[in-house]
Write a protein that binds this ligand. Structure first.
Ligand code: NAD
Length: 472
C-alpha cells in the first residue's frame, strides 16, 4: 500500500496532517493501490508564504537561468519516467504503450520546448514613445485534473516558472503518481526553495488556494462546473484566470471526404484514454447520404479494438479511472438507449472484462442534436453520429453546443476543409487528420474556457504588460 502523504513546501517534503484520505484503485483490477492524504488551509498558507518569499530572487536570476532549471527538471523526469508510465496507466487506465509516449515522453518534451522559448521570446517591445516589458504575474495557483496528470501539470508549471512566477500546485487527488514524481525531480534538479510548492488536497484545499489574497493568478484545468465556481471565487480579488475546461468536440465530414480515414481518426480520437480526454472528438457529423457507409466502417473499426489490461501489448482501450466514472458513463448509455438512438457498437450491456472499471467502446447513430448525448461531455468511450443535409447545417450542428475546445474537418481538398474550419467556434481545428502541434495555442471558446496553453501563447498567460512612456 502506497501512502501519498507528503506535500512539497519551501523546497522540502513535509507530512500531510489533515487526517482525511482518498483511496486510489488500480483501474484494471479494482485493487486498492494506496491512499492520498489530503491537506488543509494551513498547508496552503505555508505554501503561499514560501512562494511569496521565493518570488523576488526567482525573478532576479533572469530568464536564461530559469530555463536552465526547466531543462534540469526535464532531465530528472526523464530518469524517473519509466516507472511513472506504469503508475499513470494503473491510475487512469491508459494502455502502457501509449502511456509512455503520451503521458510521460510528451510532457517532458514540453518542459524542454518551454525552456527553449527563453532563446526566442522577446519580453520587451517598443510602441511609439512606450517601452513595454512583459513582467511575471506573481504567485500562481495551478489546479490540475487526473486524466493526463503530468501533461496538465507541465502545461501550467513550466511556462509559469519560465515567466518568473512562483507556483503552488494542487494536483488532482485522484492521480497522485505524477506529482510525487515531480517532487523528486525538483529535488534532483535543485530547484530553489519555494519556487514550486505542491500541496495535496481536494476541493477544500483548492478553494483555500483560489481565495488566498496573496495568490495573483489561478490557472485551472478541469470540468466546466468546477471551473465556473473557481472563476467566480477568483473574481472576488480580480485575480487573473486561465481556465481549461471540458469539451464536446465535433468532426465535420464533408461530402467527397475519405470516409475510411475520417472514421479511423475519429475512432482513435474518441476512444483514446477510454474517452477520458478533454479534446476527444465525441461527435461525428456526416451527410445523410454517407451515413450507411459510415455506419458500416465505424462498426468495423470498433470491432478491431482490443479492450483489456492496460499492461498488455495488444490492448488499445483500457478501463476508466474509477467506479464513479464508470457509473457516470453508464448513465449516459442508459439515457441514449431510452432515447432510441441507432446503436452501432457497444452499449450499456456489451461484454467487458469481469474486473476493472470498463465500459465498452460505444457508438450511437442518428443522434438528436438536442439530446444529452449530443450536447454534454460524457468523458468516456462514447461517440455520437449526427446527420446533416447541407454544409450550413453541418456547421450549425458542430457549433451547436456550449463548448468549443477542438474540432476536425474532413474534405476531398484541404482548401474546402479550411473554409469550414474558419466557421467553427473551436480553439483547435485539425484538417484531414493533421497531427497535434504542441506549439499551437490550446484552449477553448465558450464553456471550454478562457485563455490558452502551449508555446508562446501559454507563456504569455503568466505575463503582464507594463508600459513605460518616455517624454518627446
Ligand atoms: P474536476 O473539475 O473535478 O477537478 C479538477 C481539479 O479541481 C482537481 O484538482 C480537483 O481537486 C479540483 N477542484 C475540485 N473542486 C474544486 C473547488 N471547488 N475549488 C478548487 N478546486 C477544485 O475535473 P476532473 O474530473 O479532475 O477532470 C476531468 C475534467 O477536466 C473534464 O471535464 C475534462 O474535459 C477537463 N479537462 C480539460 C482540459 C483542457 O485542457 N481543456 C484538459 C484535461 C481535462
Amino acid at each position: 500500500m502506497i501512502q501519498w502523504d507528503e506535500h512539497f513546501i519551501d523546497g522540502a517534503r513535509c507530512q500531510v496532517g489533515g487526517g482525511r484520505t482518498v483511496p486510489i484503485h488500480d483501474s484494471a483490477t479494482e485493487a486498492i493501490l494506496g491512499d492520498v492524504h489530503l491537506g488543509s488551509a494551513s498547508d496552503v498558507q505555508r505554501a503561499v508564504d514560501a512562494a511569496r518569499r521565493a518570488l523576488p530572487d526567482w525573478q532576479r536570476i533572469g530568464v536564461q537561468a530559469r530555463a536552465s532549471m526547466l531543462y534540469r527538471v526535464a532531465d530528472a523526469l526523464e530518469s524517473l519516467g519509466q516507472s511513472l508510465a506504469g503508475d499513470i496507466s494503473r491510475e487512469v487506465g491508459m494502455p502502457l504503450k501509449l502511456s509512455q509516449r503520451i503521458q510521460v515522453d510528451a510532457p517532458i518534451a514540453v518542459w524542454r520546448a518551454t525552456a527553449a522559448l527563453a532563446d526566442t521570446h522577446s519580453f520587451v517591445s517598443e510602441a511609439a514613445n512606450s517601452r513595454i516589458t512583459m513582467v511575471p504575474v506573481g504567485v500562481v495557483a495551478a489546479i490540475t485534473p487526473w486524466n493526463y496528470p503530468l501533461h496538465q501539470i507541465t502545461g501550467k508549471v513550466a511556462p509559469a516558472l519560465l515567466a518568473g512566477c512562483t507556483v503552488i500546485l494542487k494536483p488532482s487527488e485522484l492521480a497522485p503518481a505524477a506529482s510525487a514524481c515531480l517532487m523528486t525531480a525538483c529535488e534532483q534538479a535543485g530547484l530553489p526553495s519555494g519556487v514550486l510548492n505542491i500541496v495535496q488536497g481536494d476541493a477544500e484545499v483548492g478553494e483555500a488556494l483560489v481565495t488566498h489574497p496573496d495568490v495573483q493568478m489561478v490557472s485551472f484545468t478541469g470540468s466546466t462546473p468546477v471551473g465556473r465556481k473557481v472563476a467566480a471565487l477568483a473574481a472576488g480579488d480580480m485575480k487573473r484566470i486561465s481556465m481549461e475546461l471540458g469539451g464536446k468536440s465535433a468532426a465535420v465530414v464533408l461530402p467527397g471526404a475519405d470516409l475510411g480515414k475520417a472514421v479511423k481518426a475519429t475512432v482513435a480520437s474518441c476512444f483514446l484514454n477510454s474517452g477520458q480526454t478533454c479534446s476527444a472528438i465525441t461527435r461525428m457529423i456526416v451527410s445523410r447520404a454517407d451515413y450507411p457507409k459510415c455506419r458500416e466502417l465505424l462498426a468495423e473499426a470498433v470491432g478491431k479494438m482490443v479492450m483489456g489490461d492496460p499492461a498488455h501489448e495488444s490492448t488499445r482501450i483500457g478501463p476508466l479511472l474509477s467506479a464513479l466514472q464508470r457509473e457516470r458513463v453508464q448513465a449516459h448509455l442508459t439515457d441514449a438507449e431510452q432515447a432510441g438512438f441507432d446503436r452501432i457498437a457497444g452499449g450499456p450491456d456489451a461484454a467487458v472484462p469481469g474486473q476493472g472499471y470498463f465500459v465498452a467502446p460505444t457508438i450511437y447513430g442518428d443522434v438528436s442534436p438536442t439530446s444529452r448525448l449530443a450536447t454534454e461531455e460524457v468523458f468516456g468511450p462514447v461517440l455520437a453520429i449526427l446527420c446533416y443535409d447541407t454544409v450550413e447545417e453541418a456547421v450549425a450542428l458542430a457549433n451547436g453546443t456550449r463548448y468549443g475546445l477542438a474540432a476536425a474537418v474532413w474534405a476531398a481538398e484541404d482548401g474546402d476543409a479550411e473554409k469550414v474550419a474558419n466557421l467553427l467556434r473551436a480553439g483547435q481545428v485539425d484538417i484531414n487528420g493533421a497531427r497535434f502541434n504542441p506549439r499551437a495555442p490550446f484552449g477553448g471558446f465558450g464553456m471550454s474556457g478562457v485563455g490558452r496553453e502551449g508555446g508562446v501563447y501559454g507563456l504569455e498567460e503568466f505575463l503582464e504588460p507594463r508600459a513605460v512612456q518616455f517624454p518627446g
